[in-house]
Design a protein around this ligand. Structure first.
Ligand SMILES: [Zn+2]
Length: 330
């Protein structure tokens, strides 16, 4: 279950139920004689719990002597943090993520998400179904837990011989953090850079241009010399090459979105997403499972927003937002 990666650094593979992501990587850094660190946890779900607890036991982890670093607020990363924390455990996450994790602001975020889906062209029935189905809710960390401690860009965490530096990488979420160990040319990339799948970039209600932020973060993190890139899901890979490929992928997606808008003036994000190419195996857009539609429309919307910020398309102010190409004069 647990796998050694480098001296005192281990990976615990946490299986994700019913998720195309398949696997969450939880990383444990042992600190003989001092406090250890655990990065990310898995969904708040029995299958994930069994995997994580087995890994922690195998590695003989004492949670009272361990702090938890969360790369970002998504439930597959944060879900089990409140329950594995014992008195003495400190749970850290990017400062900007904290309000969205618990209490009323979390509930408000869910409501804003649902309202956003209607404006993107989902039917009221589809929104109700998606709310029912949402892993972000049913497998989320206990919303009564509020003891998160903030991480700011550049903060460092010393763990034995290693020093982890927090590298803020907004985009996938507004205050996503990667953690870098400069001495080993190592980066824990969270969901900022994944190798076997493309990180989902959706437009956040509290961010003006999530895809723009993400592309900036990719360019920023491309400058680091990283030999060992440890992602939040599945397997590691070539860091620089992957960043280059992700930048190219989004350029291509922007071009695809633009041509769909050009050919179909007045389409909503829902309609446009239905015309984009997706790797999912379904006969038609109508056959997409509701949560895959939710991801697809979110992804589409973040690209539409980028095109809008570039001055290439216009979004209407209707109850359902409709897009058209901006006419160039002169
Ligand atoms: Zn994520």
């Amino acid at each position: 279950m647990a796998e050694a990666i480098l001296r005192n650094i281990y990976r615990i593979k946490v299986r994700l139920p019913n998720s195309p992501l398949k696997l969450l990587n939880s990383y444990y850094i042992r600190n003989p004689g001092g406090r250890g660190l655990l990065i990310d946890t898995g969904f708040n779900h029995p299958d994930c719990r069994a995997c994580l607890l087995a890994g922690l036991e195998e590695l003989d982890v004492n949670m009272a002597e361990t702090d938890v670093l969360l790369t970002h607020l998504h439930s597959d990363h944060t879900g089990l943090a409140p329950e594995i924390a014992v008195p003495g455990t400190r749970v850290y996450i990017g400062r900007g993520e904290i309000p969205w994790l618990y209490g009323q602001t979390r509930i408000d975020l869910w409501a804003a998400d649902a309202a956003g889906l209607l404006r993107q062209g989902f039917s009221a029935e589809a929104v109700a179904e998606s709310v029912q189905d949402a892993a972000s809710r049913s497998m989320s960390p206990d919303i009564g837990f509020s003891a998160y401690l903030p991480i700011d860009a550049g903060d460092s965490f010393v763990c034995g011989d290693y020093t982890l530096e927090a590298v803020e990488t907004p985009g996938h979420t507004p205050a996503h953090m990667c953690f870098r160990i400069e001495s080993e040319k190592l980066m824990f990339t969270g969901d900022h850079v994944l190798f076997d799948i493309t990180p989902n970039i959706t437009n956040w209600v509290n961010a003006d241009d999530s895809l723009g932020d993400y592309l900036d973060s990719l360019r920023k993190t491309a400058r680091y010399d990283v030999k060992i890139a440890l992602p939040g899901h599945r397997e590691p890979g070539d860091y620089r090459a992957r960043i280059k490929a992700l930048l190219a992928h989004h350029e291509q997606r922007l071009a695809e979105c633009f041509s769909i808008v050009k050919e179909n003036p007045g389409f909503s994000a829902y309609d446009i997403a239905g015309k984009m190419t997706w790797s999912i195996r379904c006969n038609s857009w109508e056959d997409f499972p509701i949560n895959q539609k939710w991801f697809a429309v979110g992804e589409c919307q973040s690209h539409l927003r980028r095109l809008e910020k570039q001055g290439r398309i216009i979004a209407s102010d209707d109850r359902v937002i409709r897009y058209r190409v901006k006419e160039r004069r002169g």
